[in-house]
Design a protein around this ligand. Structure first.
Ligand code: HAM
Length: 445
């Protein structure tokens, strides 16, 4: 009897799996940016210049945490400022602490000075820092929600020479990076002088209230000095007739300001007096300044590359003993944009590329790579690759000056091939002499 083939069982009908949605790529948080490898040479140039100037002007490095108690900025920067009113990244931690991602570096440095009793050290204490700050601002060209700053602070000295020297250091930073900048300078006097001036300003703008925008009306009530920053053409016109702070300065502030200007003349720092410069932070007393780059980029030309001033009252606001102080902060992202326009900074290149062929060749090449690295020679490699052609392509892309090639034959002979990547010539050397030969070719011995 023929055996009947069992009828092929129909596969049970499985309901089609819902089409899997490919996950969406995750983008950048608004206002943030990556600093990619191609841009790192310019960043490194800025950081190196900041380190060099800080050290040569006898500043010592300080790193404060990115997270501080929110009260530090409310008291330090000021309740009525844009930074505190609108721009803080603040949150409650699981432990119930009210903390803020730092929007600026001066209040944290002063907190640290008080906390660690730095007033017991010889004064002044000169500190510098570099790192990210966070402000929830409206992002635009040259304005980010996380930006990098370099700052220098001089704590425990009230002499005008400090103010002028800080302006010099910030000016030189830009100049030595190839940016011609102008320093705008003003004096805000003592808090009393400022209050009297504010009253005069309010009286003046009240008479013109109907011409003010809603925002500027609010400023008139809350922080009238900010009206002087207004870009509204009507306010710009009104400003011309407005009272100027110089006429309200107390004698001591006036004398201090005159001395700052004399020192600036002496040091050859080009400056412009700007009677409307008030800055966006409340802690300033006496001198304030901002630096602007000469650039064809109109938006960047109007954005300060850096700013600073004297803040003699900040220590007391933060619960410390009276401590006169002054400093500046430079916005490195803005400086980067200017340098990028004109920079000759080259991508990082490698002195030598170590290429290998075969298992024995790879093992010997690993050892040679370590010797080169220990000798301070920047070497590239692609040890996971097998083809010499592929490795040479990488060496070319990285603009390596020389390649050291080790294959099976070289392992047996105890040699290595050194190839001059530009000339296309190559020679065979004793493998024990590779480091010395490369150093010779690079002119380092
Ligand atoms: P600031 O003027 O608020 O001053 O900031 C310093 C610099 O940081 C500005 O001149 C600007 O170049 C840069 N900057 C500010 N906000 C942004 C942003 N959203 N995006 C890109 N860059 C920005 C201070 O923070 C004071 N702590 C400076 C100081 C130090 N005063 C005395 N000592």
């Amino acid at each position: 009897m023929p055996i009947k083939k069992p009828a092929a069982k129909e596969a049970p009908k499985v309901p089609a799996a819902p089409a899997k949605k490919a996950p969406q790529p995750i983008g950048l948080v608004r206002g943030m940016k990556d600093i990619l490898p191609a841009d790192q040479p310019i960043w490194e140039m800025m950081r190196a210049k900041a380190r060099e100037l800080s050290t040569s002007y006898c500043f010592e490095r300080i790193d404060t945490p990115i997270l501080e108690e929110t009260a530090l900025f409310i008291r330090g920067v000021g309740k009525q400022t844009d930074i505190v009113e609108k721009e803080l990244y603040s949150f409650l931690t699981a432990g119930g602490e009210n903390v803020t991602l730092r929007p600026e570096g001066t209040a944290p440095v002063m907190r640290s000075y008080i906390h660690h009793g730095m007033f017991n050290l010889p004064q002044p204490v000169k500190l510098w820092y570099m790192g990210p700050m966070l402000r929830h601002e409206r992002p635009q060209h040259g304005r980010y929600r996380q930006f990098q700053t370099w700052g220098c602070e001089v704590l425990g000295e009230d002499d005008a020479v400090v103010d002028a020297q800080l302006m010099l250091v910030s000016y030189l930073f830009l100049k030595e990076l190839g940016i011609e900048a102008t320093v705008q300078v003003n004096s805000l006097g003592t808090p009393e002088a400022r209050t009297n001036y504010k009253n005069a300003l309010v009286s003046y703008f009240r008479t013109k209230r109907s011409k003010l925008s809603e925002d500027d009306k609010k400023r008139l009530l809350k922080n009238p000095l900010r009206l002087l920053d207004s870009k509204d053409p009507a306010v710009v016109e009104m400003k011309a007739e407005a009272p100027q702070i110089v006429d309200w300065l107390d004698e001591e502030s006036k004398a201090h300001f005159m001395r700052v200007l004399e020192y600036l003349d002496e040091l050859g720092v080009p400056y412009q007096l700007n009677p409307y410069l008030v800055r966006g932070l409340d802690y300033y007393t006496k001198t304030v300044f901002e630096l602007y780059g000469n650039t064809t980029d109109t938006e960047l030309a109007q954005s300060a590359l850096g700013g600073g001033g004297r803040y003699d009252g900040l220590a007391e606001l933060l619960g410390g003993r009276p401590t006169p102080a002054a400093g500046f902060g430079i916005g490195l992202d803005r400086v980067f944009s200017l340098l990028k326009e004109s920079s000759t900074a080259q991508p990082l290149t490698q002195d030598v590329f170590v290429a290998q062929l075969g298992d024995q060749g790879r093992k010997r090449a690993l050892a040679v790579f370590e010797e080169l690295r220990k000798a301070g020679i920047t070497a590239g490699e692609a040890f996971a690759k097998e083809s010499i052609k592929g490795q040479m392509e990488i060496a070319n892309r990285k603009q390596a000056k020389f390649a050291v090639i080790i294959g099976q034959k070289e392992v047996l002979d105890g040699t290595a091939i050194i190839r001059d990547m530009d000339a296309g010539t190559q020679e065979i050397v004793d493998v024990r002499k590779v480091v010395h030969e490369i150093q010779k070719k690079l002119g380092r011995v």
